[in-house]
Design a protein. Structure first.
Length: 41
């Protein structure tokens, strides 16, 4: 299975931060996502 950046960001958008009321991407907790084969950084 090839990991796609957009799919990873979509998954991270479903995780909300406690006390923030926003997801990990909207809050700025995740700023950059890079994929290398089956590795996500």
């Amino acid at each position: 299975m090839k990991l796609e950046r957009k799919d990873i960001l979509a998954a991270l958008e479903t995780i909300s931060l406690s006390g923030e009321g926003s997801n990990m991407v909207e809050s700025g907790a995740v700023k950059n996502v890079m994929t290398f084969g089956d590795e996500v950084v």
